[in-house]
Every structure is written in C-alpha cells, then in structure tokens.
Design a protein around this ligand. Structure first.
Ligand SMILES: [Zn+2]
Ligand SMILES: [Zn+2]
Length: 256
C-alpha cells in the first residue's frame, strides 16, 4: 500500500523502546507511517514526549497527567503543562481521564485532576485525549458538563456509549483491540461511529493487533486496525486510512 497512515496515540517514551526508539521511528516513518502523536502520562513523560518530537518532523506530542499518575504530582503541574504546550509540536492535552481498574485508586484526586486539565485545554484552545477505564459513568458525567473538543481513545465501550460520545460532538479512536477475537462489543461500537468521527491509534507498545497480538506494538501495525474497520464499514482499507488521516489532521490541526 502506498498510502501512509497516521497513528494518533502512541507511547514512544515507554521503556519498551529504550533499545531502538529512534531507529524504529526513522524506519517506520520512512516506510508506512505518515505521522505519530506520542502521548504523555506524567510531567516527566510529557517532557520526554516533547523531546522525541524535536527529532522528527512528523512526530507530535500530547502533554498531560494520566489518571493512574495523578498522585504525587507537583503542585504547579498545570503551570508546567502550560509551559510545555507552548511548543508548537504539542497538539493536545492528554491523556487525561479516569481509571478505576486497579484497587487503591483515588477517585476524588482523579476527578479533580481530570477537571483541572479539561479547563486548561479549554483555556489553551487545545483538544483533549480522554482515557476512561471501568469509569464510564463518571467520565460521561464530566464530559456532558464540559463538552470538550475531545477524542475518547482506545474505545472499548458499548455502541450506546459511542453514540452518546458522538452526540457530544467528540471523536472516537480504536486500537488493535478491535481485531481481537473477543472484540464483538468494540466491533458493534465501531459500526455505530460515523466515519467522519473515527480515528486510528496503536496505544503502543501495548494492544498490538492480530497478527502481532502479545508482541511489542508499533505505529506501523495501525494498518491491521484499519483493515478491520474497512471490513466493519464495507470500505477499502485505503478509503479508511484516507478518511481517518483527514480526521486526525483536522482534529489535531497537524501541519501538512
Ligand atoms: Zn489510555
Ligand atoms: Zn495511551
């Protein structure tokens, strides 16, 4: 295929890339990948993500505090994020949201940090990348209140929730989870999302699509998720990539 793909959500700061981070990025960007947004999850990781973008024209960053990293953050974290977002390669605030998956999470802190970052994004006029795991009800309640320019990433909720997110004016992005054999719910949700609201992502190094499931993921595998979307929507893979690329360019205001 000669159409290069945009991966809207990756974690190239991750230790899984320590041995070959820049070689891998150079190679996939020269072959099958058009652009990548690498996503921060803490102050340090957001900083590193911005640093990675400086080495490649077509790598962008999002800066933000992930719900699982909400504790022990500096008091002036909003100021620090604001400073980082002054860099022109920073295209979004994220990933932010709620994650009640593991025992011991602090709901009140997560909600407070989520809200503060939604307000920051509004002030900076940047889109937000939302992470929600086992927290649909609280996440949706906050999104209904803020109605951000946002994308719900790694979506694995129901078709009904997908429709509500769309009704709020938001985007939805899917990872390789869509290709898994037990992904019926995600497939139904994908069918409910209009093409103009859909984006593709890897969430690498995690969530590698079939046929790479269980291995380290990277942005070049986004094509397998595109193939699955094409099957669900009755389109060609090229059509899916072309539409999703356009959506990503306009949503994140990526420079051509
Ligand atoms: Zn996430
Ligand atoms: Zn992520």
């Amino acid at each position: 295929m000669n159409l290069k793909i945009i991966d809207t959500h990756a974690h190239y700061d991750d230790n899984a890339f320590d041995d070959d981070r820049y070689e891998l990025l150079s190679s996939i960007l020269s072959e099958s990948v058009d652009s990548i947004i690498t996503i921060g999850t803490s102050i340090e990781k957001s900083r590193f993500s911005v640093e990675i973008t400086e080495k490649f024209d077509r790598v962008y960053a999002a800066v933000g505090i992930h719900p699982e990293d909400c504790e022990n953050i500096p008091d002036d974290y909003i100021e620090l994020l604001k400073e980082m977002s002054g860099n022109k390669k920073v295209v979004a605030i994220g990933e932010i949201g709620l994650d009640y998956h593991y025992d011991g999470y602090n709901k009140d802190i997560q909600i407070k940090i989520f809200r503060e970052q939604l307000e920051l994004a509004e002030e900076l006029n940047l889109p937000v990348i939302i992470h929600s795991r086992d927290a649909t009800q609280d996440t949706m309640e906050i999104l209904r209140e803020y109605k951000p320019k946002g994308v719900m990433h790694c979506f694995s909720g129901s078709a009904e929730t997908a429709r509500e997110i769309i009704a709020l004016g938001m985007m939805i992005s899917f990872t390789g989870v869509l290709t898994f054999k037990n992904s019926r719910r995600a497939v139904e949700a994908c069918a409910a999302v209009p093409m103009e609201r859909l984006m593709l992502e890897t969430d690498c190094p995690y969530m590698a699509p079939i046929p790479h499931r269980g291995k380290r993921n990277n942005s070049s595998y986004t094509v397998h998720t595109a193939e699955k979307v094409a099957e669900i929507k009755g389109l060609t893979t090229e059509e899916v990539i072309s539409i999703c690329n356009k959506n990503a360019i306009s949503f994140f205001n990526l420079k051509n």
